[in-house]
Write a protein that binds this ligand. Structure first.
Ligand code: FES
Length: 390
């Protein structure tokens, strides 16, 4: 499906990777932090309202061209809501011309049939629409919009009608996970080809709202059981719908190999041009490079921020002597920073971490949490400004 290495202009310089550094195969283009919705589990930074000016179309062209020359094969247009960018079709067309496999990651708000046609013409390969819940009222409450659910349904049908594989994403948490059967039924009714049932990961606004979002172990076990029953049923019927269930690492004893290792495959560019090894890294006290000032080659291979956690030499104990370090890279740097204040610590999710007690405490809190949806902090400009002020 990917077409790495094809369609590169003849004049593209060949840049050999350094022995230890992989290629930036996955480029995430966060085009904007503007968004008509206000999901309380958004992974955007809490201070998004203070972010600088968005990159121009030409600046994005340069980013895409340089990353492609370095081997980037897949691009995700994300946000905020990428549909608010008026130049989205242009950006897609350029990405396609450069030979990227192109993904649009959207809430579906602002999408129209005409835009779907335009994006198809521009060469868009893949559209993923996210839902908040299977229930209209809960969906709209979480999204902060009365029209969101109806619009999403309409656009999901339109995406399918225009020949795209139907990819639906549901972020699950303690307020919707018990309805996972209804979520799956909705996806089947919409003829989804792939359904990502992704339990909330606690970054950005989700981290702020963790107590009100983290499901209990019982909720999680039940949801996985129901999903497995549907999987078996769908397989027995030879049904094309594939269910992907993503558990929250808060219930694991070993950490995830986040980003497949720091600066190994993923390269995120934020709306103002800051380049990050992962979309959550902005909060760290590290000066990350900006695409307005540096080439992508410098950013990927030479910048301090991208080299900070490459390899294994930066690791303190218990990661340094751990025989699983080449498998999980010590887990997630952002999570280590958010929970312990030091990004070089082992991810507290790991049972060997000196800070693992924080994860156990969060699990215990989930047993007693009683926050309603209305009590969550919604991701909007007003709340972002209040957070900045405080
Ligand atoms: Fe940033 Fe895991 S989310 S390294």
């Amino acid at each position: 499906m990917l077409n790495a290495g094809s369609n590169l202009p003849d004049s593209s310089p060949y840049i050999p990777p350094t022995p230890k550094t992989g290629l930036p195969l996955w480029l995430l283009a966060e085009l904007t932090y503007r968004c008509p919705l206000q999901c309380p589990y958004c992974s955007n930074p809490l201070d998004f309202a203070a972010q600088g000016q968005e990159l121009t179309t030409e600046q994005w062209f340069k980013v895409m061209r340089e990353a492609r020359e370095m081997g980037a094969a897949q691009i995700g247009f994300s946000g905020g809501e990428p549909l608010v960018r008026q130049d989205l079709a242009e950006l897609i067309a350029e990405a396609r011309r450069l030979g990227y496999y192109t993904n649009l990651i959207t809430s579906g708000i602002g999408l129209t049939e005409q835009k779907i046609v335009d994006f198809k013409k521009a060469g868009l390969d893949h559209i993923q629409i996210s839902f908040q819940a299977s229930d209209e009222q809960v969906n709209n409450m979480l999204a902060g919009s009365k029209k969101a659910f109806a619009q999403k349904l309409e656009m999901a049908r339109a995406v399918k009608a225009h020949g795209y594989p139907m990819v639906l994403n549901f972020v699950t948490h303690r307020h919707n996970i018990d309805k996972i059967d209804r979520i799956i039924e909705l996806c089947i009714a919409l003829e989804a080809d792939f359904v990502e049932l992704a339990t909330c990961q606690f970054y950005g606004w989700a981290h702020l709202n963790r107590v009100g979002l983290l499901p209990t172990r019982e909720q999680l076990v039940n949801a996985e059981r129901v999903t497995n029953e549907y999987r078996a049923k769908l397989a027995a019927e030879d049904h094309p719908c594939k269910l992907i269930f993503v558990t929250p690492d808060y219930y694991e004893e070993r950490p995830k190999a986040c980003m497949n290792g720091w600066g190994s495959v993923f390269l995120t560019v934020t709306p103002d041009g800051t380049a990050l090894p992962c979309h959550g890294a902005r909060q760290m006290p590290i000066q990350f490079p900006n695409v307005r000032e540096h080439s992508m080659q410098h950013i990927w291979y030479d910048s301090f921020g991208f080299n900070r956690f490459r390899g294994y030499d930066w690791m303190p104990e218990p990661c340094r002597s751990c025989d699983e370090k080449e498998k999980d890279f010590g887990g997630c740097r952002c999570q280590a920073f958010m929970l312990t204040g030091d990004a070089s610590n082992a991810d507290p999710v790991c049972g060997k971490s000196h800070h693992h007690g924080m994860i156990i405490q969060a699990r215990e809190e989930a047993e007693y949490a009683d926050q309603t949806i209305e009590q969550l902090a919604f991701r909007n400009e007003r709340n972002s400004r209040l957070i900045i002020k405080s």
